[in-house]
Design a protein around this ligand. Structure first.
Ligand code: 13P
Length: 354
């Protein structure tokens, strides 16, 4: 059990994560996933290139106007900028909260190998304490739910919900705000209506298990996927329909006192992810802060401009800041397509995130 002072501190951090006009950069790709991003720009996947890549994203001048927190990978939390400042210190100087991915990737779900469970509960409390001592203020755990003709199974949803709840409780006990991420994958040919049903079942189970475990909603952030038609469905993805379906699910399943919701981009294009977030806020005011926690939809165009070259650093950071600003506006319902003038963006479909 956590005491009143611990709850107050968690509430404060969680509020800061979803502060008005700000969102979170997910920069926690595993080495393998960074390798896929680098392959697209013909860059070797070395430790120093990964460090330089993170420096490009984490030190864009003034990004603290739009970014409240950054999710780091274990390697990155141990790394430093080219001027020998740890990334944690560099973020804190900009009033940006350092976060850390603490799950250890996916494994097959026994008995249903097309479904997944998330690894990393073994030894988790010790790792959380260590990350907290290094300056992390929140942690992320990603579970995935797969839609096919036969899945998701109730058993898989329940197992992932239980694991997310165990992780969330361990985080709160260690003084870290849990970012609870059950991602309903975009892959597949399912309809928007099917995705809405699956998202509803998933979030229902997750919040049931979180309540059973005794995790405190005001000291946690939900990282959700949007209700979207499957990537191969051929169905048009209309922002207003996506917003309505997603918000219907949230209204049914989220506790009133949840600190906030952040979205993953999940393979949507950059503009699509911004438009869909903006559409949510056309139905406001919403009962919770609702903002972004994108990886691909904040990084893709900037990465293409960067190409691993110092000479491109400033231009890449400008592109990154532009996307951060567009999403900041979208998180307040103030985005408009005309604001994209002068910036080329990525159409999405990059290989899956972790
Ligand atoms: P994407 O926005 O690329 O989906 O990544 C967000 C994330 O953190 C997934 O775990």
């Amino acid at each position: 059990m956590i005491n009143i002072e611990q709850v107050a501190e968690l509430n404060k951090i969680a509020k800061q994560m979803v502060a008005p006009g700000k969102g979170i950069l997910a920069a926690d790709e595993s080495m393998n996933t960074v390798g896929k991003r680098f392959a697209a720009i013909n860059l070797e996947n070395t430790e120093d290139n990964r460090r330089a890549f993170r420096e490009m994203l984490l030190t864009a001048p003034g990004e603290g106007r739009y970014i409240s927190g950054v999710i780091l990978f274990d390697e990155t939390i141990h790394q430093a900028t080219s001027s020998h400042k740890t990334f944690v210190d560099a973020l804190q100087e900009e009033n940006i909260l350092p976060g850390i991915k603490v799950d250890q990737g996916l494994a097959e779900f026994p008995g249903s190998p097309s479904e997944k469970v998330t690894k990393g509960l073994d030894g988790l409390s010790g790792r959380l304490r260590e990350y907290a001592s290094m300056g992390a203020r929140f942690a992320k755990w990603r579970a995935v739910i797969t839609i096919t003709d036969k899945t998701p199974s109730d058993a898989n949803i329940r197992q992932n919900a239980r694991d997310l709840a165990a992780y969330a409780l361990a985080c709160q006990e260690a003084g870290l705000v849990p970012m609870v991420e059950p991602e309903v994958l975009l892959d597949g040919n399912h309809s928007l209506a099917t995705c809405e049903i699956v998202l509803d079942k998933t979030l229902r189970a997750v919040f049931e298990e979180l309540a059973k475990a005794g995790a405190v909603p005001s000291g946690m952030v939900l990282k959700s996927s949007m209700a979207l038609p499957g990537k191969d469905s051929g169905q048009p993805a209309i922002p207003d329909e996506i917003a309505r379906a997603t918000l219907r699910v949230f209204a049914e399943t989220l506790p009133q006192d949840l600190a906030g919701v952040v979205f993953l981009s999940g393979g949507q294009g950059e503009i699509q992810a911004t438009e869909n977030l903006n559409a949510m806020h056309q139905h406001g005011p919403l009962p919770w802060p609702v903002t972004f926690s994108y990886a691909r939809a904040l990084q893709d165009s900037a990465t293409k401009v960067w190409q691993g070259k110092d000479a491109n650093l400033a231009a890449a950071q400008r592109v990154f800041l532009h996307r951060a600003k567009m999403n900041s506006l979208a998180s307040q319902g103030q985005y408009a397509p005309e604001l994209e003038k002068g910036f080329e963006t990525s159409a999405g479909g990059e290989a899956t995130q972790d």
